[in-house]
Design a protein around this ligand. Structure first.
Ligand code: ADP
Ligand code: MG
Length: 590
């Protein structure tokens, strides 16, 4: 197509047909395909997560030929989730590429999820011809993708001319990573990719984005106000959120926590920013510290549903608690409750400014407060230890998780991916994390289906072994990607907590009819055989010892492995920890 375009041009210009090679020598040409690839590479983006098809198949082939890593999935949602978590792990936008209309829509869930979680991601979709789409004349996969993407992401752009590709990609990168990070949609009509232009002019049109996420320095008065509030505290608490993990200023955060002596809680994906076993960790006394603290310093954590909106039963009496919040997004302040000391800026700059202003004589929190927390922690840790030791048969969640906890303890640099209901809630509490950005889970939406996309990207981006602990239901949303894991031979070990259903596998159809109950699956399914179908290792285990052995072996060998762990079908609880969000019928309420 490229060479045809070249010939046509020359024919119309001079009437003489010359070979493409001669022509390239006289005035080299480039096209939309190559400009997109060059623009991404120029900005340090070297991996594309995708599902191929018209009109992006050639783009992907060329990207691979130009040395990019191209990871093709079986469904766009999983490719999108991979790009989103790559953004979280690297602070660079993860790129997902899809075909038009249906492929685009499949990728959109991940783009919206990335935006909700504040992760930088760019969804690039091919689209059909504008002229036909806008007159609604019925093109192949016709859809006004730009309009549909807009409300679901941070920014959306369309590029119509090859000479604008450099600027378009630069705008997408800046929008994704600056300020509060988020998802960006970039629309590339099929015609754009084939457009030809002079190679030198094309090269000049590319933009290397300088300082894509500029530091945002907090005002000194905001820092002083925050320290005044913090100094007044009798029972202070620090809460670290996944924004703090994203910021990659691990040493500064640790210094602030340790200098202040203040107990801390880590939100799910912030776990490991400081080791969960750190003496100041109040993780095992979570409800006590949320209820009893008088000043709470939030660092990259929002007071959304995951923190009960900063009010209600989880927290202290209204008016007894003051909040200091560090966030890059000014509008986050007062979103749920009054913020006494808003500190707006990037976490690195804010934490450094606080550290500097604290001086060298910072008084630790009152001993009484620390003692209250220690007491509670010790009691809870002892209670948990006895649950983890139970060697029940069939396995329940705790007896299985106790050993997976050891697997991570023995390999603190491995990455843990986690989704499910009970499988998620209990693993979050049981498995200690020791290093930053090692726990990847369902995030702000609590969305199922992230598992295999996250596992693939975690392996691709970090090269570390990945342990994906999956509820049997959660796994189903992205299960076909076991083929992708085998195809790229990734060091991923999937453990399915197989209790025959959603929450539990014991529901029955009350009518006695032939259909099973809505929440149960095929009994005693052998998920391990799925992995074997693609050349991976499948293991079926029924005891904690077998589980530990199989997972340890997989983590050490790096071979794609799926461990089907049989869990007591009666072991789960409805909706895991969030049963309270289930609406109840007034008629059947017990
Ligand atoms: P969690 O669910 O762990 O509590 P959230 O996703 O709710 O975390 O909150 C993360 C917060 O971090 C968001 O409000 C986001 O604006 C903020 N954030 C992300 N990156 C940065 C950064 N580099 N500097 C400051 N704030 C950031
Ligand atoms: Mg289940």
């Amino acid at each position: 197509m490229n060479s045809m375009a070249v010939k046509e041009r020359d024919a119309s210009a001079g009437g003489v047909e010359i070979s493409k090679a001669d022509d390239m020598q006289q005035h080299a040409l480039t096209d939309g395909f190559h400009l997109v690839i060059d623009a991404l590479k120029l900005n340090g983006i070297n991996t594309i997560y995708d599902v191929p098809g018209i009109p992006i198949s050639d783009l992907l082939r060329m990207a691979q030929a130009e040395g990019m890593r191209v990871i093709s999935f079986r469904h766009e949602q999983n490719a999108g989730n991979a790009a989103a978590i790559a953004g979280f792990l690297t602070k660079k936008p993860g790129v997902c590429m899809t075909v038009s209309a249906p492929g685009f829509l499949n990728g959109l869930t991940a783009l919206a999820n990335a935006t909700t979680n504040c992760w930088p991601m760019i969804l690039i979709s091919g689209s059909s011809e504008r002229e036909i789409v806008d007159l609604q004349q019925g093109d192949y996969e016709e859809m006004d993708q730009l309009a549909i993407a807009k409300p679901l992401c941070k920014a959306a752009f369309r590029i119509l001319h090859a000479e604008d590709i450099g600027i378009g990609v630069a705008r997408a990168i800046r929008a994704a990573v600056s300020g509060r990070p988020g998802g960006v949609y970039l629309d590339l009509p099929a015609k754009l990719l084939g457009q030809v232009m002079d190679a030198a002019a094309g090269q000049k049109s590319l933009v290397k984005v300088i300082d894509p996420a500029p530091a945002q320095i907090p005002a000194p008065s905001a820092i002083q106000r925050a320290l005044d509030v913090l100094k007044s505290a009798k029972r202070p608490l620090i809460i670290l959120g996944k924004g703090a993990a994203y910021a990659q200023v691990d040493d500064e955060i640790r210094a602030l926590v340790e200098k202040s002596g203040i107990p801390f809680l880590q939100m799910s994906m912030a776990k490991g920013l400081l080791p969960d076993t750190h003496p100041q960790s109040a993780g095992a006394a979570r409800s006590t510290v949320l209820k009893q603290s008088d000043v709470v310093l939030l660092i990259g954590a929002r007071l959304n549903w995951l923190l009960s909106h900063g009010k209600g039963k989880t927290w202290g009496e209204p008016g007894t608690q003051k909040f200091i919040q560090i966030d890059i997004e000014p509008r986050e302040m007062d979103s749920n409750v009054e913020i006494a000391a808003p500190v707006v800026g990037d976490i690195g700059s804010c934490v450094s400014a606080l550290l500097a202003a604290m001086g060298n004589n910072w008084a630790p929190p009152p001993a009484e407060w620390i003692a209250t927390i220690s007491e509670k922690k010790e009691a809870n840790i002892a209670k948990m230890a006895s649950r983890l030791k139970k060697n029940s048969m069939p396995m329940d969640f705790h007896s299985a998780l106790g050993l997976l906890r050891t697997v991570i303890k023995e390999r603190p640099d491995a990455i843990l991916v986690n989704e499910g209901a009970n499988t998620l809630d209990l693993a979050r509490g049981v498995i200690d994390m020791y290093q930053p950005r090692k726990r990847l889970d369902v995030g702000t939406w609590g969305v199922m289906g992230i598992g295999m996309g996250f596992a693939v990207a975690a392996a691709v981006e970090t090269g570390k072994p990945v342990l994906a602990i999956e509820g049997d239901s959660a796994f189903g949303f992205s299960g076909m990607e076991v083929e992708t894991i085998c195809r790229y031979n990734l060091p991923v070990c999937i453990v399915i907590f197989n209790n025959n259903g959603i929450y539990k596998g014991t529901d029955v159809n009350p009518t006695g009819g032939p259909d099973v109950a809505p929440m149960v699956f095929v009994k005693d399914a052998r998920y391990d055989k799925m992995m074997e179908a693609f050349g991976g290792v499948g293991v079926h285990v029924t005891t904690p010892d077998e589980l530990y052995r199989a997972v340890s072996e997989a983590m050490d060998s790096g071979k794609p492995t799926l461990v089907n762990a049989v869990i007591d079908p009666a072991a789960g609880s409805e909706s895991g920890n969030i049963g309270s969000l289930n609406p109840q019928s007034a008629l059947t309420k017990k």
